[in-house]
Design a protein around this ligand. Structure first.
Ligand SMILES: N[C@@H](CCC(=O)N[C@@H](CS)C(=O)NCC(=O)O)C(=O)O
Length: 205
């Protein structure tokens, strides 16, 4: 399987870390978003959305990182993407929340504090940051309450859901995401981030 991705992106990272953890080798092709490579015709031919990541397996092409995680998880027998309907639905619940609410809560601070600095786009916008703090507090509060009585998100063990949700904390330190107020999230994230697979696939910061 070939994965096209942008290494510092949480959406690429969650796929690579998960594949590494369950031992599915990926042929990795770096798509440099800073150079606009995602808008070149050869990339648009595999992913017309012009976003990363994209998986190509023979004749089959798939984009959207959560769907890619499912496909990789289904390529072998693994407890991280098990067969039973309840656990699968629970994993998909957290992935849906990640895609709709968690990403929106984390992205503004990542963009204002990290991407703008990296690409020399000027100072962070204070109004955007203020709004983002409120959104982050709300969503991180939901995650924190869930993790108060659990070590992992689903089924009391590591699953694909942990990779999907933790990926957005990849830049927590550099983007100053206020994790200190959410001790259960910080504890859970430290556990996931300590996995060898996480480190094996982490971008050089
Ligand atoms: N929902 C998509 C989001 C993909 C996405 O937005 N990728 C970003 C990097 S984090 C991207 O490639 N952006 C390039 C662009 O918009 O030009 C997924 O989960 O795969």
């Amino acid at each position: 399987m070939r994965l096209y991705g942008f290494t510092p992106s949480p959406n690429t990272w969650k796929v690579r870390a998960f594949a590494d953890h369950i031992g599915v080798p990926l042929e990795y092709v770096f798509v440099d978003l800073r150079k606009g490579e995602q808008r070149k015709p050869d990339y648009l031919a595999v992913n017309p959305s012009g976003r990363t990541p994209t998986l190509v397996d023979g004749d089959f092409t798939l984009w959207e990182s959560n769907a890619i995680q499912h496909y990789i998880g289904a390529s072998k027998t693994t407890d991280l993407w098990p067969q039973d309907a309840c656990t699968r639905a629970d994993i998909m619940r957290w992935q849906s929340w990640q895609l709709t609410h968690w990403a929106s809560a984390c992205e503004p601070m990542i963009f204002e504090r990290l991407v703008k600095r990296a690409l020399d786009l000027g100072a962070p916008d204070a109004a955007v940051l203020a709004k983002a703090q409120a959104s982050f507090a709300n969503e991180a509060g939901i995650l924190d309450a869930h993790l108060a009585t659990r070590e992992y998100l689903v089924a009391d063990r590591l699953t694909l859901a942990d990779f999907a949700v933790a990926s957005y904390l990849l830049h927590a330190e550099a983007a100053e995401l206020p994790l200190a107020a959410h001790g259960n999230v910080a504890r859970w994230f430290a556990t996931v981030a300590a996995l060898p697979a996480w480190k094996n696939t982490a971008p050089a910061m």
